[in-house]
Ligand binder design. Structure first.
Ligand SMILES: Nc1ncnc2c1ncn2[C@@H]1O[C@H](COP(=O)(O)OP(=O)(O)OP(=O)(O)O)[C@@H](O)[C@H]1O
Ligand SMILES: [Mg+2]
Length: 420
């Protein structure tokens, strides 16, 4: 390999620096170009050495790793950070992600993990650079299009319903897709369905949509993105819903950043009344961001021990993230699929009320999936479709637009993704 990956290591423990340096010296494609003993020194070294990767400890004197990562994100482009932290510093995970770190390694990690992480982050950075080069070469910077009249009126109005489950395969995509279609039919409102299962999203398959364009096309042109462009990239689904599809290939998922998602959702909120979001179980920075700002979080679970265990963990994390239980709607899917558990036993175990139940209907569901036709359109009178309609009704009367009394102790809600 001709090009070596230049690595800067920032850690206040000399023996750790030595060990990491030694470990990386065996890799022909990696070169440690410098070390630093605290965050401040790390930032200075990064400016001087322009490393391809910065390995950053968290707890350090003078300037900690999180602050240093933030500074690097703002001041030094092209030097992505991999945070190294010890177990038990769980709170750091979130802060590290928000500070702009690309990966997070929990100490003690193996040499293989470290090396794989360095190579992965490096390759992604290369990909991004070539992306950027392509987009800036092909287009001239145009001023953002002014919002149209309708947009002004609808500004910040759309409600976001985020579908999440701590366990895969519990039916969130199926329910989210059918719910979006049902919501459009019931309310006649403008409904968007966003597939944020960025690696393995299957909304396109569930609704039999043309999968030639999706979120990747938006991020490639993010600086020129306006509502018209978003509308063009979204694909038409049943009952007039508009669908923003996941990238066509899993490796493209990493190109989507929190900032992209923030900007896209900022526009979607202005364009649609309801935005249904499907997700993956991974609680990475993108999911955390949407979770934080969603009007309702629909947590889907099912009657299996792993699903219940992970739902419990997810609810606990929501609690620690100060997500109010009022915003959480717990949904039990395939609610009659198991004779040993029932709604009450799940509620007792989770100490959380189940707001809705969707029956198990393998025949109808498999037929619907295979044909790419949502069951709410083909079998609107089936029990499963009726339950979806009930869920629509439950989600809709979210905070009524009635004026709050002066003394109301409600914190003003920030616009979606309008944090920075
Ligand atoms: N109510 C139901 N009745 C019968 N089968 C169901 C039901 N809900 C889901 N399924 C089955 O479970 C499978 C998984 O559903 P789905 O893909 O929606 O789960 P998911 O939570 O989105 O999974 P992932 O986390 O992998 O994205 C479906 O293919 C379908 O066969
Ligand atoms: Mg899914």
């Amino acid at each position: 390999m001709s090009e070596q990956i230049k690595v800067l290591i920032v850690d206040d423990i000399q023996s750790t620096l030595d060990n990491l340096q030694k470990l990386l010296s065996f890799e022909p494609d990696i070169q440690v170009v410098g070390t630093a003993a605290n965050g401040k020194e790390g930032v200075e070294q990064a400016k001087k050495l322009a490393p391809d990767i910065v390995l950053m400890d968290v707890n350090m004197p003078i300037m900690d790793g999180i602050q240093a990562t933030e500074t690097l994100a703002q001041e030094v482009s092209g030097s992505p950070v991999i945070i190294m932290s010890v177990q038990g510093e769980r709170d750091y995970l979130r802060r590290a992600m928000q500070s702009g770190a690309r990966e997070f390694l929990i100490k003690p990690f193996s040499g293989d993990e470290l090396i794989a992480s360095i190579r992965r982050v490096y390759q992604l950075e290369q990909k991004k650079e070539s992306f950027l080069a392509k987009t800036t070469a092909g287009t001239e910077k145009a001023p953002a299009a002014p919002p149209d009249g309708e947009t002004k009126q609808r500004a910040e109005r759309g409600q976001v319903f985020f579908f999440y489950s701590g366990k895969g395969g519990v039916g969130k995509s199926l329910v989210a897709a059918n719910l979006a279609v049902s919501m459009a039919n019931e309310t006649k409102g403008k409904v968007a369905l966003v597939d944020l299962d960025l690696q393995f999203g299957d909304i396109g398959v569930l609704l039999n949509l043309d999968h030639s364009q999706g979120i990747t096309d938006l991020i490639e042109n993010i600086d020129h993105m306006d509502q018209e462009f978003i509308r063009e990239i979204m694909v038409d689904g049943p009952f007039g819903i508009k669908v923003l599809l996941a990238p066509i290939s899993p490796e493209l998922a990493d190109l989507v950043t929190v900032d992209h998602v923030r900007r896209i959702f900022g526009e979607l909120r202005k364009m649609f009344d309801y935005i249904i979001v499907d997700s993956s179980a991974h609680l990475g920075e993108i999911n955390l961001e949407v979770l934080d700002h969603a009007d309702r979080v629909v947590v889907v679970t099912s009657l299996s021990i792993p699903a219940i265990k992970n739902t419990k963990l997810a609810l606990k994390i929501f609690d620690s993230l100060s997500i109010s239980p009022d915003r959480v709607v717990l949904l039990l899917n395939k609610s009659d699929a198991h004779s040993e558990f029932n709604k009450e036993s799940v509620e007792a175990n989770l100490r959380f009320p189940i707001a809705g139940q969707i029956p198990n209907d393998p025949k109808l569901v498999i037929n619907s999936i295979n044909r790419g036709n949502p069951f709410v359109t083909t079998h609107p009178e089936s029990e499963i479709s009726q339950r979806i309609r009930e869920l629509v009704a439950k989600l809709l009367p979210t905070p009524a637009p009635t004026p709050e009394p002066e003394s109301a102790e409600k914190k003003p809600r920030k616009g979606l993704f309008a944090r920075r």
